[in-house]
Design a protein around this ligand. Structure first.
Ligand code: UTP
Length: 297
């Protein structure tokens, strides 16, 4: 049934072990890795704020201090910059304090993305909410999340984001079996499978790190057994919701065709840094240097 209340809560899981980025992530969450000069997670919180989600719950694990500190004020640093009259850096420091109302919950054991989302149950309550993976960077110019919220409000179900990938790369993602409902970018999800072998994949549509979920997902997650990799998979819970017709059932998807980076993956992280850096005026020297550098490769 379509809801009338506006979605205002965003859950940002950031408690994974980040093993693909070791040793950098031994003592620091991968979500704090800088993409040019902002940690990856700041782009994600800013994206939530742009979509009107100003109540953020961050699911943290070990090394949570760095995340909490980043979104908190640092009066001594602000005073130093103010005394120097360095307004540009002062504004940059203050930006992360003003991105919304940020709360934290701890996932004591990283038992998977589904388990991280379940940790948000008490904060979210009985209303639809968004989930943004803290290491997934989506181009700022894109209104993906706003579009997903619109679809959730229209359908009353849950909404995921999909992206076409090369068929041989699908085994790194959750994969969706879909039916087109509106244009080719709005689809209904018939089923989901986590990290399938290319020969068994129902499509080349990969699940990416944005979700707008019906709260019925919590009840399903509570009885979802550990799946692939021994982790409680959000994909498994969504698979059940996709096949249900009752209130809270139904999974829809928006196909995303913009730029997206997995900053927990080394190659994708490097591409994100270079792509965003060449667009920056203060780093204008990078572009000619890159051309020279690549010509010499
Ligand atoms: P990933 O699967 O990319 O995270 O989870 P990971 O397990 O840290 O990665 P690797 O494979 O070891 O490098 C996607 C998002 O879900 C969060 C992660 O922090 C990341 O933002 N996550 C994952 C949790 O919050 N808790 C978990 O138990 C697992």
């Amino acid at each position: 049934m379509p809801q009338t209340a506006r979605i205002s809560k965003a859950v940002i899981p950031a408690a994974g072990l980040g093993t693909r980025f070791l040793p950098a992530t031994k003592a620091m969450p991968k979500e704090m890795l800088p993409v040019v000069d902002e940690p990856a997670i700041q782009y994600v919180v800013a994206e939530a704020a742009r979509a009107g989600l100003d109540n953020v719950l961050m699911v943290t694990g070990r090394s949570k201090r760095a995340l909490e500190d980043h979104f908190d004020r640092v009066p001594t640093l602000e005073a130093v910059l103010e005394a120097k009259g360095d307004e540009r850096r002062l504004a940059a420091v203050q930006e992360s304090n003003n991105l919304g109302d940020i709360h934290y919950v701890r996932q004591s054991d990283p038992k998977g993305l589904g388990h991280a989302v379940l940790c948000a149950k008490w904060h979210v309550g009985d209303e639809p909410f968004a989930v943004l993976l803290g290491d997934d960077l989506i181009d700022a110019q894109d209104g993906l999340l706003a579009e997903m919220i619109r679809v959730q409000e229209a359908t009353g179900g849950s909404v995921i984001a999909l992206m076409e990938v090369e068929p041989e790369k699908i085994s790194a993602y959750g994969c969706a079996d879909v039916t087109v409902i509106e244009g080719e970018d709005h689809v209904r999800v018939n089923g989901l499978v986590e990290k399938p072998a290319p020969a068994e994949a129902p499509s080349n549509l990969a699940v990416i790190g944005r979700y707008v979920l019906h709260p019925a997902v919590f009840e399903v997650l509570e009885r979802t057994e550990p799946g692939r990799g021994g982790e409680i998979q959000l994909t498994d819970a969504l698979q059940e919701l996709a096949t249900r017709e009752d209130d809270g059932g139904g999974v829809y998807a928006v196909v995303f065709r913009g730029r997206r980076y997995d900053t927990g993956d080394k190659l994708s992280y490097l591409k994100a840094v270079v792509t965003l850096a060449v667009e920056r005026e203060d780093l204008a020297e990078l572009r000619p240097w890159l051309k020279e550098f690549s010509a010499a490769l």
